[in-house]
Unconditional design. Structure first.
Length: 602
């Protein structure tokens, strides 16, 4: 293969270095070529970001004939040093909020669900400490990580108790009184100050490094190489840091992307220039030299689970030609919160059917409003998205999810999917021939509004990460990109392979930059056609009733007959929803109830 001059400069380097590589610039290829140049008797360690990347890297190093390279993730490496032969057992799923309440026997005043709110923050505080390089938990201020004012007030009022119980929780794991979490043994690994038997250590995806693992990395006498893309940092919410900016090493760049062409590269650079609205304009020099013309794979990428599910609903209800879909990371991961509560639990709470709720904490809430109060005081984003979904679709959810499941295929058959659905976080490191973006990313207009209102200050890190998320989503394509008009930078000259979706909904009225995240987002539904499926962001149940005057009203025989007639006339769901004054989900539900597809065909 022919290397670029940038790659040759890296291969000729002898000391510690940082490689800042734009999306699709061949960083793995460069690292493999670098490894080939090292003496055969030297041992190399390649640290991958996750298990999927690890497996892929193992295959590529093996194909390159490199037998002296060990490939590990931070956690797999830490596991090997800490767990075998120890007294520890691993709780692979972590501790749910209700489990922490029981393990720590939490008792917090008279406020409703206070013990569960405290448990939620204990879990986050423990994760914050385990991913940090701090020696003692008292060296950290957990309040620094809390954004929502309601949540911050709750934490401030209970800080001493939260910190004490976090220390007790960690102590119980340390004494092997309870199984340890993945984060815990990683922290134990860092605190043990290990000396690794490698002469070279290659740290991939350095822009999202754990401070704990970064501390281990910096302490090694080996030649150290950090590879990543400073603009792909999207795991700040997991307490990750950008090691590319922290390492005092020689700096190298890979600015040529072989994944996509110049028009995509130009768009990505323009989006990154939005950062000047938050801090200062970044130095970005990206050249797109990709030449792929393949169109086999189509991926729909969203910022949030909710945005993705709503888009999937559009595809499964509006596009009768779409028969096979796939969700990156498994469909169930989009309908379950990390705590274990399901979308159905929240729906049963909405319907006051507490006897059907499987999650013990959800079952204790008397209403959806009570659960929302809990979300506000804990910043539980995933649970908040489920609440928004239930408020949006109510009892249409089971039939909607069933419609999606009917078309969903197994991971082994992913290549056969007509459409792949994914959030940005789940498709990191992947690429697709064609990418369609959902309208739930931050926009230039929102950033400008917040800047004019003086609301950027204090939210810089989160807003920079939001811009990074859009950049990562754009750069997943190898050929074509479908992008809502609202996400296109102002005065950007749209080039080849970029299709602008002009039916995107108007900008959200939200003015608080903290509220660009899922729990706080409000949207308006656009109209869509059979020819082009537009965006489907969510809005509240109040908006549903304002927009669809007959939403949730009973159907009668006359309405059923009219629906049957329109179905046979091949009216779209959009047209039928407008005619009946109901949501498209309600129309779909009634179509299934009347078995119109079985009687008259799809």
């Amino acid at each position: 293969m022919q290397l670029t001059q940038e790659q040759i400069s890296i291969l000729n380097s002898k000391g510690d270095m940082v490689i800042n590589a734009v999306a699709g610039s061949g960083k793995t290829t460069t690292v493999i070529e670098y490894a080939k140049l090292q003496p055969a008797h030297c041992r190399l360690l390649y640290l991958a970001f996750n298990k999927a990347v690890k497996l892929q890297a193992m295959q590529r190093f093996a194909a390159g004939g490199l037998q002296n390279v060990a490939v590990e993730t931070a956690h797999s490496l830490a596991f090997k040093y800490i767990i075998p032969g120890s007294k520890y057992k691993v709780n692979a799923k972590g501790y749910k909020t209700n489990e922490l309440v029981q393990v720590l026997n939490l008792q917090v005043g008279a406020e409703k669900h206070a013990e569960y709110m405290v448990a939620n923050h204990i879990s986050k505080f423990a994760s914050y400490f385990c991913n940090s390089d701090a020696q003692r938990i008292q060296a950290l201020n957990y309040l620094d990580t809390v954004v929502d004012e309601t949540a911050k007030a709750f934490v401030a009022n209970n800080y001493a108790y939260i910190e004490l119980q976090t220390r007790l929780f960690l102590a119980k794991m340390d004494k092997a009184e309870i199984p340890v979490t993945h984060d815990f043994y990683l922290k134990k690994f860092q605190l043990s100050q290990p000396k690794l038997p490698y002469q070279y250590i290659l740290f991939d995806e350095g822009q999202d490094a754990s401070m704990a693992m970064l501390d281990v990395f910096f302490q090694q006498p080996a030649t150290k190489v950090i590879v990543g893309d400073t603009h792909q940092q999207i795991y700040g919410w997991r307490y990750a840091v950008n090691s590319l900016e922290k390492a005092p090493f020689a700096q190298f760049d890979l600015n040529t992307s072989f994944r996509f062409g110049e028009s995509i590269a130009s768009l990505a650079m323009q989006v990154l220039q939005w950062k000047k609205l938050v801090t200062q304009a970044p130095k970005v020099n990206m050249v797109g030299k990709g030449i792929s013309k393949a169109t086999k794979s189509l991926a729909v990428i969203a910022r949030t689970n909710l945005g993705l599910l709503l888009k999937a609903i559009e595809y499964t209800t509006e596009r009768r030609d779409i028969k096979r879909i796939y969700f990156e990371g498994n469909l169930s991961s989009y309908t379950y919160a990390s705590e274990g509560a399901s979308l159905y639990d929240v729906l049963n709470l909405y319907n006051q059917k507490t006897h059907l709720i499987k999650d013990s904490f959800i079952q204790q809430n008397k209403s959806l409003e009570e659960l929302e109060e809990y979300v506000e005081k804990t910043e539980d984003v995933q649970l908040g998205m489920m609440i928004e979904m239930v408020k949006e679709y109510g009892n249409e959810i089971p039939s909607i999810l069933q419609a999606i499941k009917d078309k969903h295929i197994d991971g082994d058959d992913k290549e056969q999917a007509q459409v792949i659905f994914s959030t940005v976080h789940r498709c990191k490191g992947m690429e697709y021939d064609t990418v369609e973006l959902v309208h739930d990313f931050v926009t230039q207009e929102k950033l400008e509004k917040w800047k004019d209102n003086g609301e950027i200050q204090g939210n810089e890190a989160r807003l920079l990460e939001e811009i990074n998320l859009l950049y990562v989503a754009i750069t997943r394509t190898t050929n074509k990109l479908r992008i809502p008009e609202s996400l296109v930078p102002k005065n950007f000259a749209v080039g080849a392979n970029i299709h602008v979706i002009t039916k995107a909904p108007p900008i959200s009225s939200t003015t608080d930059p903290k509220k660009i995240f899922p729990i706080k987002q409000k949207y308006q539904r656009p109209a869509v056609t059979e020819a082009e499926v537009s965006q489907a962001p969510a809005y509240t149940v109040e908006t549903v009733r304002q927009t669809y005057k007959d939403a949730y009203k009973p159907w009668d025989a006359e309405l059923d007959q009219e629906l049957t007639i329109q179905y046979n006339e091949r009216k779209t769901l959009t047209e039928m929803a407008a005619y009946f004054g109901r949501t498209k989900g309600a129309i779909l539900s009634r179509i299934k109830k009347l078995e119109l597809r079985e009687m008259y065909g799809a």
